[in-house]
Design a protein. Structure first.
Length: 83
């Protein structure tokens, strides 16, 4: 649900930037959006949690990236976020 809010409110512009802000992998966010397109909120809410691989980034890094992305000088591109 947070990804939909961020995209609709235009606080993020791409799937990658939404994934970074939420601390999720890009393909996870794409899967959520695909479910939403196919069946709306109902289908999105029916998804079961997955136990996949551990997160790539630790919580401290995710928090730091999230704070930095909200600052006026923030990130200028997705490539800069990735680096």
């Amino acid at each position: 649900m947070k990804v939909l809010y961020r995209l609709k409110s235009q606080t993020v512009e791409t799937v990658l930037s939404a994934a970074v802000r939420l601390g999720k992998h890009r393909t996870t966010v794409q899967r959520w959006l695909s479910s939403y397109r196919q069946g709306g909120i109902e289908k999105l809410l029916l998804q079961k949690p997955r136990s996949g691989r551990p997160r790539i980034m630790n919580p401290e890094t995710v928090e730091r990236l999230s704070k930095e992305s909200q600052e006026p000088e923030g990130f200028s591109s997705d490539k800069e976020i990735h680096q």
